[in-house]
Write a new protein. Sequence first.
Length: 133
Amino acid sequence: ISPEITAFSKAIMKFEAGDRANRTNNPGALAIKVGQPSKLVQQLWHLFHQFPDLDQEKFGPKGNEYSTLVFENYNDGVQALRFVVGNIMKNTYLKTGDVSDFVSTYTGLPKNSDTVRNYSDEIRMNLKEISNE
């Protein structure tokens, strides 16, 4: 696993920590839109040879609800997060060098949102730490 994937994943895990992440063994809070086929779920099946379960607690506005993926154990959740981070990095950060491109894609939020700025700052700090090692 590349140091960059670790730096990005570490930041995501910091911001997503809490009851839901613990309950679902999903430190990245990976979620899918309810009732729609998910390319992510298909990719994770290839990674784990089984489909992840879905948390019964849904979130988001009615008609646009999401459900968090539930993993068998915490290590599977970390592996899934790193897999997703690596895939998103290929089309964002590794092409543009802009951390906020990655974060905006990961969160689905605009680049000028406070959430994207906070995640981006944390990732930059993590990247700086690994470059100093």
